[in-house]
Design a protein around this ligand. Structure first.
Ligand code: ATP
Ligand code: MG
Length: 418
């Protein structure tokens, strides 16, 4: 018997729809898999019948590789497969046919029954779906479906259902082996990391903005982060929590991510006496947007991303969202705009950010005026901007920014430039 290496089967998400760009997206996805799993013993990655077959050279690593593949954007589902060597399968079929019996397909049936017995998601019905990439195989797909389906039914008692079954047991017959797997372990879908260009994320220490970053990363964006801190230095503000959030997000990206730490002192010095208390919140946000846009241009980012959710707090009324930075010319992406806090929190938990997001941190946004204006007028904001020389504050803040690069949990340590 040939001992086959474990194989993880994965399908890709929207890439299938990408028409002529499909090969570009697919190449990116394969590169990302290789880079994000560079410490794992990956073997060949084959592309068969619109599936990726990822060989793992070491049996013990298979479960870990499968888990890690869930973090690769662009994959729709990821499922470890049971490999069945073709030489054994073929020998049994030949023997059964020589004896005038219907082929038993014992190895395929055993593998399929094993998967069905695990019964992921407590299925109430099943279906066997066979594809043959090797058309010379002695049996056709309907025969394989019938024989394996009967075995699963007898073994588990589950009824077969052709339309919309709860559990799909897939059989893929190839030249050297057949694979048996179910398609139950869903991954995050989306587009391959880095396929949609760079964005600058305004990152607070809260729950929302890290989720906003993650959602845009899932759409293929490469994020850079800007965080505004109060106090004279980043060390004094203790931005460890922000760095940890970026580190978690970097786990979903094949390369280290940049975090720009920007002091708010240039705003505060100039705003005193020039900006009334009730306008401080919106003016401060205007300062953040304009500084973020400047850093975005300097770093080739094409859009800003925020964690705004309509009406969540005073600064996020529809009036204020429109008034804060009409002169910022790049798109501002707000993936959470229509979500409520419960939905955002569910995402935060699901992707592993929540426990860090709720650690205490004194964000500079939360120490602003307690009663901010709800319907700021752009004309007033322009006047205050001139009075305090906002452009100068933005220039000073951008100059004072420091950048650190942060690698994901499984890659290595963060690096601070000297
Ligand atoms: P979060 O929205 O991340 O949970 P929050 O709700 O406390 O934090 P808000 O005051 O609602 O933050 O701010 C709205 C958005 O403004 C944030 O989602 C984020 O994009 C941006 N923002 C707030 N504070 C900062 C900061 N200190 N540095 C960079 N961006 C910030
Ligand atoms: Mg918020």
């Amino acid at each position: 018997m040939t001992q086959a290496s474990p194989v993880i089967v994965a399908t890709y998400a929207e890439i299938a729809l990408k028409g002529r760009n499909r090969t570009v997206f697919l190449r990116k996805l394969l590169n990302n898999i290789r880079t994000m799993l560079k410490n794992e013993p990956l073997g060949e990655i084959r592309h068969v019948e619109s599936r990726l077959l990822i060989e793992v050279a070491d049996t013990d690593a298979a479960a870990r590789v499968s888990r890690r593949l869930h973090d690769v954007f662009g994959l729709q589902w990821v499922s470890p497969a049971v490999p069945v060597p073709r030489d054994e399968l073929d020998a049994e079929i030949a023997a059964d046919q020589a004896a005038g019996r219907e082929p038993r397909l014992t190895l395929l049936c055993d593998a399929a029954c094993g998967l069905a017995r695990e019964n992921p998601g407590e299925a109430l019905s099943f279906k066997v779906a066979t594809r043959r990439s090797d058309r010379t195989f002695a049996l056709g797909s309907p025969d394989i479906n019938r024989i394996v389906g009967r075995a699963v039914h007898l073994d588990t008692g589950l009824p077969g259902r052709m339309q919309d079954p709860d559990l799909k047991v897939n059989v893929l017959v190839m030249k050297d082996q057949a694979l048996v797997f179910h398609a139950k372990e869903t991954a995050h879908g989306g587009l391959p990391a880095g396929s949609s260009g760079r964005v600058m994320v305004l990152m607070s220490g809260g729950i929302d903005s890290p989720v906003a970053a993650w959602l845009m990363m899932r759409r293929g964006c490469r994020p850079e982060f800007v965080h505004f801190f109060s106090g004279r230095t980043a060390a004094e503000a203790d931005t460890a929590k922000i760095e940890e959030l970026v580190r978690i997000l970097a786990g979903y990206f094949p390369r280290p991510l940049a975090l720009h730490l920007v002091p708010v002192v240039p705003y505060e010095q100039r705003a005193i006496g020039a900006v009334p208390d009730s306008y401080d919140m919106v003016m401060f946000r205007r300062f953040m947007f304009k500084t973020a846009a400047k850093l975005a241009s300097l770093n080739k980012c094409k859009a800003l991303v925020t964690g705004d959710s309509l009406g969540q707090v005073a600064s996020q009324t529809i009036h204020n969202l429109g008034a804060i930075a009409p002169d910022v010319r790049m798109p501002v992406l707000r993936p959470l705009i229509g979500m409520d806090k419960i939905e955002i929190t569910a995402w935060s938990r699901k992707v592993g950010l929540f426990d860090t997001s709720i650690l205490p941190y004194r964000d500079c946004c939360s120490i602003r005026s307690p009663k901010p204006v709800l319907t700021a007028r752009p004309r007033d904001l322009m006047n205050f901007s001139r009075a305090m020389d906002l452009d100068a504050a933005v220039r000073e803040a951008a100059l004072a920014a420091t950048e650190i690069r942060i690698d994901g949990p499984s890659h290595g340590a963060e690096t601070r430039p000297d």
